[in-house]
Ligand binder design. Structure first.
Ligand code: NI
Length: 152
């Protein structure tokens, strides 16, 4: 595993559309390991592969006390409700913004063994999934925020 540099806003790679993973091979496994090491060190709630410069539809999300969950080729298949709250991004340092997100999402994805799964998330976790999902399409929360301010 290795810590990978997190790209910062202004880097054009962050605006590109990530491509689906076609085969879960050693390269994808080590990408996932590197992402988990990187997001753990950075103390982030989540990280998308594009943030370390890899244009693959992969992200990891911190789920409360259970550590980081991996999502390969995620698709949000349902969303419901609305919540407004603050979020930040490891690619937009020292800022937080208020963003409106669904309060519930259902996401389908694959794990590193290639097994498909369905995951239902509420509240903060739903917010994190939407945030990371947007990264896969080159969208940053700052595009959607109703206000942005300096963190702390
Ligand atoms: Ni982010």
């Amino acid at each position: 595993m290795a810590y990978r540099k997190i790209l910062q806003v202004g880097d054009p790679i962050l605006r590109q559309i990530s491509k689906p993973v076609e085969k879960i091979d050693d390269e994808i496994i080590s990408l996932l390991d590197d992402m988990k090491e990187t997001v753990t060190k950075a103390e982030g709630a989540g990280l998308a592969a594009v943030q370390i410069g890899v244009l693959k539809r992969v992200f990891v999300i911190s789920i409360e006390d259970e550590g980081y969950f991996e999502f390969i080729n995620p698709k949000i298949i349902k969303q419901a409700g609305v919540q407004k709250g603050k979020e930040g991004c490891l690619s937009v340092e020292h800022k937080v913004g208020v963003v409106e997100r669904p309060n519930k999402v259902v996401v389908k994805a694959f794990d590193r063994e290639g097994n498909g799964f369905k995951f239902t998330a509420y509240g903060f976790t739903a917010r994190a999934i939407c945030h990371e999902y947007d990264h896969l399409d080159g969208i940053l929360y700052t595009d959607k925020a109703v206000s942005i301010e300096d963190a702390q």
